[in-house]
Design a protein around this ligand. Structure first.
Ligand SMILES: [Zn+2]
Length: 336
């Protein structure tokens, strides 16, 4: 296991994986129970106040977060980054990373909250979903008294009116965290979308099953390995490093705009008119009275100024979601 260049190790190591553990000179401990999964335990840890999970590569071709986390591992291993809180690192889909693909058979980020159980046991992404869920349970159970935090790091294919945005999973009866919104501001996150229902994503899983502060972070544009403009990710990278080493954050970041879901657009029939271009950037704004989509079952016309579309895709199967209409909302969650 090469911690100085973990990406290279993950992409090129051909031999079968065997679990390993290492104790560093400064008493930092790292253990790995499967390829792509590293658990770091700080030196002399008595009781953990916080426990962090950073996951990346859930979509194998979203390389910037993979590079950022690989560099973070290098600096933990060489001692230049000092760990204060326990940290589980997850590189989700190593095989897809090797093939520069988002996934091979099915979207791994739809396998969580036990959704993997609907698939055959030997299904690749379903078996990864189970492994990842099990590792998260083991880790968070170990630090049950700690405040649990999970950032699932992604980059997007589609352009976005807000370059960096977060998805805040549906919290049921829990409150949104202003502290976490402030941390996202420090990361340079420009918009936060409050989800309005359960999901099968990794961030919802950690939030719902483990009561973690958990988010999907879309940190910028998708690129191949080595072609990321790392300066564009520097704010997020700095914050991810400071959080685990308990360095003070620069809290001067501009507060993100908070959005809530107003309407989930569904294609009910084969004959469906969808009036948003597939390449329309996420958070494209439409004026009041715009006919966004419709079929004989339902037609959606905006009723407010500044209704925005996220994840538009008209060419979906009948019964599936073709986009989310979102509107600005007041302070995190209080008004919804
Ligand atoms: Zn992704």
């Amino acid at each position: 296991m090469d911690l100085d260049n973990y990406i290279e190790y993950l992409l090129n190591e051909k031999s079968d994986f065997s679990p390993c553990e290492k104790l560093f000179e400064n008493a930092l401990k790292v253990s790995s129970t499967r390829r792509g999964m590293l658990e770091f335990t700080p030196p002399n840890l008595k009781s953990a106040k916080k426990a962090y999970i950073y996951s990346c590569g859930i979509h194998g071709n979203e390389t910037a977060p993979i590079e950022i986390i690989s560099d973070l591992i290098k600096d933990l291993a060489n001692g230049s980054l000092v760990l204060t809180h326990p940290l589980l690192i997850i590189f989700g889909h190593v095989q897809a990373m090797r093939e520069s693909k988002r996934f091979l058979f099915d979207n791994l980020n739809r396998m969580f909250n036990d959704k993997y159980k609907d698939f055959p046991k030997d299904h690749l992404e379903a078996s990864l979903g189970k492994e990842i869920q099990d590792s998260i349970s083991d880790f968070f159970l170990k630090y049950d008294e700690a405040e649990k935090v999970h950032y699932d790091l992604h980059t997007a294919i589609k352009p976005s009116a807000y370059k960096r945005f977060a998805i805040y999973p549906y919290l049921h009866d829990r409150d949104h965290s202003q502290d976490q919104i402030n941390i996202m501001a420090a990361m340079g996150i420009e918009a936060v979308l409050l989800n309005n229902g359960p999901a099968t994503t990794l961030s919802y899983h950690s939030s719902f099953k483990h009561s973690a502060h958990s988010f999907t972070l879309e940190l910028g544009k998708v690129e191949t390995f080595g072609n990321n403009i790392r300066e564009n990710f520097s704010e997020a990278e700095n914050v991810l490093r400071k959080l685990i080493s308990q360095e003070k954050l620069d809290m001067t970041g501009k507060s993100p705009v908070i959005f809530k879901v107003k309407k989930e657009l569904i294609r009910h029939e084969k004959d469906y008119s969808f009036n948003i271009a597939d390449d329309a950037p996420n958070f494209t704004s439409f004026p009041k009275g715009s006919v966004l989509a419709g079929d004989k079952v339902e037609k959606y016309i905006t009723t407010e100024e500044d209704e925005r579309i996220v994840f538009p895709k008209g060419d979906v199967k009948v019964g599936q979601r073709s986009g989310l209409v979102v509107v600005p909302t007041a302070i995190a969650g209080r008004s919804i």
